[in-house]
Design a protein around this ligand. Sequence first.
Ligand code: GDP
Length: 310
Amino acid sequence: MDKESKIYVAGHRGLVGSAILRKLRALRYNNIVLRTHQELDLTRQEKVEEFFDEERPDYVFLAAAKVGGIWANNVYPAEFIYNNMAIQTNIIHASYLFNVKKLIFLGSSCIYPKQCPQPMRESHLLSGYLEPTNESYAVAKIAGIKMCQSYNRQYGTNFISVMPTNLYGPNDNFDLETSHVLPALIRKCHEAKIKGSKEVEVWGTGTPRREFLHVDDLSDACVYLMNNYDGDEIVNIGVGEDLTIRELAEMISIIVEFEGKLRFDTSKPDGSPVKRLDVSRLNSMGWRATISLKRGIKETYKWCLKNSVF
Ligand code: GDP
């Protein structure tokens, strides 16, 4: 990308899109096109094509998606499959129609099978059954990957796909029903501290293992790949290290200074037992994450307090 290239960030108000926007601005990319959800409903094909016709972006970061944690994915599967399929189909097809030079599609580590060998390599895609709690979301993301690859093959486009691990950071969703585990536990521990509660409820058994990447590392990797990688193969983005949900909850308790106990609610689902990405492909391209989990949680908690999110 040149500094004057026209860049469209789809989903710029979300966790990922807002981080990409911060990164692009910090790097002095000044010709950025944005539309809020209110201004442009990305599930409407005609509206999306009108927008691309009018703006003719050179580069597209496809970070618009309907996302949520284990509970929301399990309870609203229709919304997850419909919205994600519609948004990505419209943007990818319009990018082809209006000659976008390059597009980066944001997938997710949940595209890999539930019983995937660990760490999960890019070649494990479509090698087994998916985790049922987020199957609808995962199937939509897999369709997005295949769409990018198919367009590259038939139309000669340059559409790349990246698979981030579990993300966190500023502008995350902190709603206790629909959020992911890390923001939920920051909020629960903070509120328990303020109220003087003795216990915080953690869903599941606490034994599942997850990997967490700060969204500022993700945005750095996305801009890096936009500038340095062309290819059909998907690329994992993560840190390559994981911890149990119990260990995560203990780390958050210490950072937030909640001194009570953790209570595990085993009536809630655990989801995948383990999800750790093999990031050797990305590392071999010269990129590595730099924000440690402790530092990332501390900064995210500070951001929450500053922005009065609870
Ligand atoms: P997943 O990675 O797709 O399973 O999504 P989540 O981030 O929602 O959940 C990760 C793990 O954290 C699961 O085992 C959840 O049961 C567990 N977990 C523990 N407490 C919470 C909580 O308060 N909210 C969420 N979303 N998950 C929790």
